[in-house]
Design a protein around this ligand. Sequence first.
Ligand code: NOJ
Length: 575
Amino acid sequence: MTQHHWWETAVFYQIYPRSFADGNGDGIGDFQGIISKLDYLTSLGIDAIWLSPHYPSPQLDVGYDISDYTAVNPEYGTLEDFKTFLKGLHERRIKLILDLVLNHTSWEHHWFIDSKSSRDNPKRDWYIWRDGKDGGPPNNWMSTFGGSAWEYDETTDQYYYHYFFNNQPDLNWRNPEVKQAMFDAVRFWLDLGVDGFRLDAIGTIFEDPDLPDQKCPMTHEELYAKMAPFYFGTATPEMETEGKKLREMFALLYAYQVEQPGLHELLQDLRMLIDEYDDRMLVGETYEPAYYGDGTNELHQTFNFPMMNSGKLTPQMIIENQAMRLGECPKGCWPANTLNNHDSARMRTHFGDGKNDVALARLHFAMLMTIKGTPYLYNGEEIAMTNYVIEDINLIRDNIALFFKSVMEKGLGMSAEEAGKRAGGLSRDVCRTPVQWKNAPNGGFSPDGITTWLPVNPNYAEGINIADQENDPDSHLNFYRQLIALRKSTPVLQTGDYTAIEQQQDETLAFLRMGAGKTVLVALNFTENKQKINFSQLAKQAKTLYSSNGNIGETLSLDEVALNPFGILITELLT
Ligand code: NOJ
């Protein structure tokens, strides 16, 4: 097989630093904590880490509001700690990519403090300032996190633009000084040896400079109220048609705020910078295949978000998703798949049915590890952590909860008290609670008696913790290790071509991975009924690489393949 780049064959694992491991016992994750878990990371078999923002920040969006791009959040440690962490990873042959937030800074960044100070400050044009119109904001654009996208500032009697929270003012990327300053920061980390970046919210970098009013017929709050089930994993496949319509509405709402001209050129320039260094990569927080450029000159990867954001998945949806994603991938591009991250429901909760959640989580993970493309895992999914709904609004840290509270009050007519209780379930905190290390107070994340930055999910006491799962050969954790190892020892699963096998019924997902004279058949039963399938058109026999029946290594007749409820079968065809 042709030589592949490391990011094509790697399994990535996202660390959310505030919640991963607390080294100094203050209730907040940090670098010493992560360093103490390097051997654990190695034991998973993963090849690369994506680290969510670790920079100084007032933490109003948990680090996605950066106040200094070339330093480390003191709550997490020092630059020396960062270097120790990076060295420890590289010694273990694990790569590191950082989160790079280009669209906006924190309002505490000195660039913004300067910019705000007067209309003629040299940094004024680093952000997007405009006069108001008719006693209000410059136009009707909305912030994706609720309310107008414009914030009035008394000091200079103008409005500044923010696509996200008002504490995240958008940078003006049409100003070459902004680009220079940010590219210098990129070089700072590349020079330290990091292996690439995950580019945050890349589609939002440019806006239409003429500021035309958007013409969406639905209000922002109505739209989000209807969209909530899709974000939080409760949408059923029957709701997909509605989901499509809502996404079209979204496109209208943000028509002038996202995917604007200039972005391809910017990504090409960033790619050129990255390519000055050996073997570095860029993955964009976007599903848009257009940002692969010609397959070699923009992003190395864009995420398969349509799969992650589609309610419950059926085999047919996955087959269609793969046809679409692989079809639109330009020559030379490489897909990236994920089933959860710090902005979504946890995959166990998302894809569970309330009865067979762990089996369904395993089934979906088996799919992720065998379809074509680089898998990205999110810390905690390997022990099947669940969403945790915080009902006390005072303990919620994701400010988006306040927006959803108002959506429920105004959009759904709920009482303030009820909306307050429900808001936690719609906040992204559900998936951000601390990693559960053992069956001990605070889930072993922080010492007993410490108030952790977000409450720990008490279900650490029900076996959802790393220590208990370590020693159980049948645990979720060891299932993850087994499939990661299988993928690693089976190159065709990493890089082989993908071909779907159309089934009569939409119950089993079956596909082939082919390359270098080997063919692997993957069959996944998405139902709670046993299935019997005839695959003899492919070959007479196959050797089992993994089976949830446990018969690994056996030779199997393909005449009548039996799959248990939610059964997983990965076999190599024998010719
Ligand atoms: C996407 C990040 O994943 C999310 O957590 C953040 O709130 C926004 N971008 C703004 O940076």
